[in-house]
Write a protein that binds this ligand. Structure first.
Ligand SMILES: [Zn+2]
Ligand SMILES: [Zn+2]
Length: 369
């Protein structure tokens, strides 16, 4: 089948072109894409693509309708409304068998190589050149072939223009609260970094009645944080967030849970020092490999935990439908996080430039069909 796709060919070189997509193979599903969220992880290959992965279709927060299913797909049928999870876990490796699909090493390898789990690709150019799919998804295109384990059927009435980012960013933030930290209702939560992921964590924490302190150097991000449920905000360029949080929390001297969505040694230290004895710090922000943080070891000894978060430890088929239903019930306020919905595939480049130049607070979504 022919389709339009946004194909990355070299650094900052995306071309919209007609390409050929195969039929889905065993355990795979062909999905007609309606919306795709733009995640900061798309920016990395856009700016610094690995030559061996090119050409590649970016996009890993797609959603739409099932068009065709391959052999052995039993739980999905054409017409199902679906959100595509970014992580195509294999279901067979040591980590998947432990129920820790979020650290499936096969998913990790294929995500960045642009290959499907079996190491092959599903898209070709008109000249027969093989084209990869970022995160084994490639949803900046009219159609995508995805492993069934990452295809999540959701409520038929779910507005995909808002909920498509549950495929990665939103779920990473919500899962940080519910799955990684297991935040208790009514506790105090500090969130460092109020981009799309941090804001979705705030929305999740707010849904269970916590006291939320949002920290960001951008006042517009802090305003959005208030809209999704932050009670207090602090800009580190104006006052010391550690002192602010310790003073605010009185005898606790710190939040019960702190979240670092920035991923700098400085923010990790601030998050640690803003956490009460026995509390938890969740690290989600991505730093370049080899980045070292200096931490006061005694401050960890006082019962504090530092926990790494990838994809919110989300079990896609269980958690994503729940998040959708929470949104539909009006308790998970994700609306203010969607900053812009673009109307055409051509706008992918514009959206990535906006992230690169820090021109956007919250989430951008591309309408594809
Ligand atoms: Zn992502
Ligand atoms: Zn696995």
């Amino acid at each position: 089948m022919m389709m339009r796709a946004a194909v990355l060919k070299g650094p900052e070189n995306i071309e919209i072109e007609d390409v050929e997509i195969e039929n889905p193979r065993d355990n795979e599903v062909l999905v007609k894409i309606e919306y795709a969220g733009v995640c900061a992880s798309d920016l990395d290959p856009f700016l610094h693509p690995l030559p061996e992965t090119l050409p590649m279709v970016l996009g890993h927060e797609g959603s739409g309708v099932v068009e065709k299913v391959g052999e052995n797909v039993r739980n999905l049928t054409p017409g199902d409304k679906v959100i595509l999870f970014a992580w195509s876990s294999c279901g067979k490796c040591y980590h998947c068998n432990q129920g820790k699909e979020y650290v499936c090493t096969r998913a990790m390898r294929s995500a960045f190589s642009g290959e499907m789990l079996d190491g092959t690709k599903r898209i070709r150019s008109k000249n027969g050149l093989s084209i990869g799919s970022f995160f084994s998804q490639g949803s900046f295109a009219e159609k995508a072939i995805v492993n069934e384990r990452a295809v999540v059927r959701v409520n038929e009435k779910a507005p995909l223009s808002i909920l498509s980012p549950l495929g990665c960013g939103f779920s990473t933030g919500i899962g940080a609260v519910f799955n990684v930290a297991k935040v208790e209702p009514g506790s105090t939560v500090a969130v460092f970094g109020c981009g799309g992921v941090g804001l979705s964590a705030i929305a999740a924490a707010s849904s269970i009645g916590t006291e939320i302190i949002a920290v960001d150097i951008n006042d517009d991000a802090l305003k959005k944080a208030e809209k999704v449920g932050a009670e207090h905000t602090v800009n580190p360029n104006e006052s010391d967030p550690v002192k602010y949080i310790r003073d605010l929390t009185k005898e606790k001297k710190g939040a019960d849970y702190s979240f670092d969505f920035v991923g700098l040694p400085k923010t990790l230290n601030q998050a640690l020092k803003s956490t009460t004895f026995g509390g938890s710090v969740v690290l989600t922000g991505v730093s370049p490999p080899g980045t070292k943080a200096e931490l006061d070891m005694i401050s960890i000894l006082w019962g504090r935990k530092i926990i790494g978060n990838v994809e919110g430890y989300v079990r896609p088929k269980i958690d994503i439908p729940r998040y959708v239903d929470m949104y539909m019930r009006g308790v998970l306020n994700l609306d203010p996080i969607v900053a812009k919905v673009y109307s055409d595939l051509n706008d992918v480049k514009k959206a990535l430039e906006a992230i690169k130049n820090n021109k956007v607070v919250g989430k951008q979504v591309i309408k594809i069909a």
